[in-house]
Design a protein around this ligand. Structure first.
Ligand code: MN
Length: 231
């Protein structure tokens, strides 16, 4: 097989304790999945879950102990951090029942759903797609994947992010409106999940702006820290 140009290698996330890396296929994201964040964005209640995607090549991989670099993106004056639990799918499937969903998970990572908030809200308010606000280059910094067997307490873990050592977001994964298994049930009803798919499960309250030079340090108990500098 020849190509008209050399296709890029897949973005691949490091895996804790393994040489092999995890090749990313798609990045699914859940909107407004913590009640207090839904409220701060002007919504209330448990609406049905909804989803958007980021391109897999928007992932910025950050190794354990390293500080990743995220270029400040163009066209925005309001770049926001959203700290999120990332679920890595190891076994694909369609119409996966919540009761079976955990068996499809390879592992978990800490991620940032970076958002050009001014553009996202303008598109939202005009009834247009969110892509320009959410799916831009370098918009998905992620740390290494911890295999699920090594993250037994993930569903009640603390999740937090600091910017320049000040806590901005702090919650627990147990505050998710739609739990991990329910998210997988809903996504797999709409798309066939495949190994390599990543799910950003939503962010808790406290989202806010970052500027060039800021250091974001996010963490989830059991998964270590994700360090990203805005450059
Ligand atoms: Mn988000």
């Amino acid at each position: 097989m020849t190509y008209t140009f050399e296709p890029p290698a897949p973005v691949a996330l490091p895996v804790v304790g393994q040489q092999a890396t995890f090749p990313a296929r798609r990045v699914y994201c859940v909107g407004r999945n913590y009640a207090e964040h839904a409220r701060e964005m002007g919504f209330t209640g448990r609406e049905p879950p909804f989803f958007f995607l980021k391109p897999a090549d928007a992932i910025v991989t950050v190794s354990d102990g390293a500080t990743g670099a995220m270029p400040y993106p163009p066209l925005t004056q309001n770049l926001h951090h959203e700290i999120e639990l990332v679920v890595a799918i190891g076994k694909g499937g369609k119409n996966v029942a919540a009761a079976d969903a955990m068996g499809h998970i390879f592992g978990y990572a800490v991620g940032l759903d970076m958002t050009r908030r001014d553009l996202q809200l303008a598109q939202r308010d005009a009834g247009r797609p969110w892509d320009i606000g959410k799916g831009f280059d370098h918009s998905a910094p992620m740390g290494p994947i911890t295999p699920a067997a090594q993250a037994p307490g993930i569903e009640s873990a603390a999740i937090w992010v600091k910017v320049n050592d000040r806590v901005r977001q702090q919650s627990r994964v147990s505050s998710l409106i739609w739990r991990i298994a329910e998210i997988i049930e809903h996504i797999s009803a709409a798309w066939e999940l495949q190994p390599g798919d990543l799910i950003m499960t939503g962010t808790p309250e406290g989202v806010g702006p970052v500027a060039q030079g800021d250091l974001m340090v996010g963490g989830i108990d059991g998964l270590g820290e994700l360090r990203v500098k805005v450059v």
